[in-house]
Write a protein that binds this ligand. Structure first.
Ligand SMILES: NC(=O)c1ccc[n+]([C@@H]2O[C@H](COP(=O)([O-])OP(=O)(O)OC[C@H]3O[C@@H](n4cnc5c(N)ncnc54)[C@H](OP(=O)(O)O)[C@@H]3O)[C@@H](O)[C@H]2O)c1
Length: 318
């Protein structure tokens, strides 16, 4: 196939955000014409966002300034693209209904990837605070399907750098590391650059239309204890492990205010119960099988990057 013919026009909502920035850069790297739909720059906008938009423009990205409820503006820009990827933050998940309605009116979109990129919400159930959040993501899925929009749902599992920052706290001076439960539960991690590159590939792949895609790399399924031991080996330090028992976490999910109760229930499910470490069937889609040539970053390699130039912690997902 002609290489140019396989290139798409991709718009990213939330492109100035934590995951979105990786996504925009991956789309450019893989040669696609890239658009970002972002809220307008105002005198209150952060210098980071202003710099980022200038950087995007210098890379050839078309930055469209608009609000999520500006229907006509959204329809007009959607008519110029083929693929829509949303990496809006959790509080804006329900607002994606505006994108869905605009996609329906525009009528030309070949694929929509709603903002998911975490657990597979139609497969698992969690303690009530996290479950309530996932219900919002499920509602968006059902709206996409009801509108007959071609979709792909991505279950990227735990973001690598995001959770290294959370679990190991490499930016702080400390002697101890908190371990949730026994710390033995196996957890799948995916590094952010891989999430972004896989997602751009998935969005352009006919095999993934109207399917769920799992990101699960064999070398990146690690327990907290394994991750801490790896970090100790690399830093030459020994950290005191402070265990938070399961019962204590469950109580926190019941007593903490939102959004801390969500964080506690997420930690309980992922790190104590190991809920993300289920079998992926042969007929299900998994990226290391779909794209065997993609050389993903292992958590071991990611920790080497943290030793030299640690990626900055993200703002909390909830
Ligand atoms: N699996 C994991 O480990 C993990 C970890 C973190 C996040 N996630 C998921 O990844 C997805 C993206 O999260 P993120 O942390 O990357 O998002 P984020 O950085 O918090 O936000 C993305 C962008 O959304 C836009 N935005 C923020 N508030 C808005 C509002 N009120 N109205 C309209 N737009 C708004 C902003 O861009 P503009 O200002 O330019 O509009 C922002 O930069 C979410 O689905 C999240 O749940 C998963």
């Amino acid at each position: 196939m002609d290489k140019e013919a396989s290139k798409s026009k991709i718009i990213i909502f939330g492109g100035s955000g934590y995951l979105g920035t990786y996504m925009v850069k991956a789309s450019i790297k893989l040669g696609h014409q890239t658009f970002v739909y972002a809220r307008p720059i105002t005198p209150q906008s952060s210098p980071h966002k202003i710099r980022l938009h200038n950087e995007f423009r210098s890379l050839g990205v078309t930055v469209v300034e608009g609000e999520l409820d500006e229907h006509e503006k959204m329809v007009a820009i959607l008519r110029r693209v083929d693929i829509v990827i949303s990496s809006l933050p959790f509080p804006q998940v329900p607002d994606q209904i505006h994108i869905i309605e605009a996609i329906k009116v525009a009528g030309n979109i070949k694929r929509f990837l709603p903002s998911e990129f975490g657990v597979e919400e139609d497969r698992l159930s969690f303690l009530p605070p996290f479950e309530a959040c996932l219900d919002k993501k499920r509602k968006i899925r059902r709206a996409v399907e009801a509108y007959g929009i071609p979709y792909t749902y991505v279950s990227a599992n735990c973001f690598g750098a995001y959770f290294v920052n959370f679990l190991l706290r490499p930016h702080e001076e400390h002697e101890d590391i908190t371990v949730y439960g026994s710390g033995e539960a196996k957890v799948p991690f995916t590094c952010e650059e891989d999430i972004a590159e896989y997602t751009i590939q998935v969005a352009n792949d006919s095999r993934t239309c109207n399917r769920i895609v799992f990101y699960r790399m064999a070398k990146n399924v690690l327990s907290q204890i394994e991750l801490i031991s790896l970090w100790e080996k690399k830093t030459g330090r020994i950290f005191k492990r402070t265990h938070v028992p399961e019962e204590e976490l469950v109580k926190l999910t019941e007593n903490l205010p939102f959004p801390d109760n969500v964080r506690a229930s997420l930690i309980h499910s992922i790190f104590v119960k190991g809920d993300l470490n289920y079998d992926i069937g042969e007929n299900e889609l998994e990226t290391s099988r779909l794209y065997p040539d993609h050389k993903y970053t292992t958590m071991d390699q990611l920790l080497d990057i943290f030793l030299i130039d640690p990626p900055k912690p993200a703002v909390a997902a909830f």
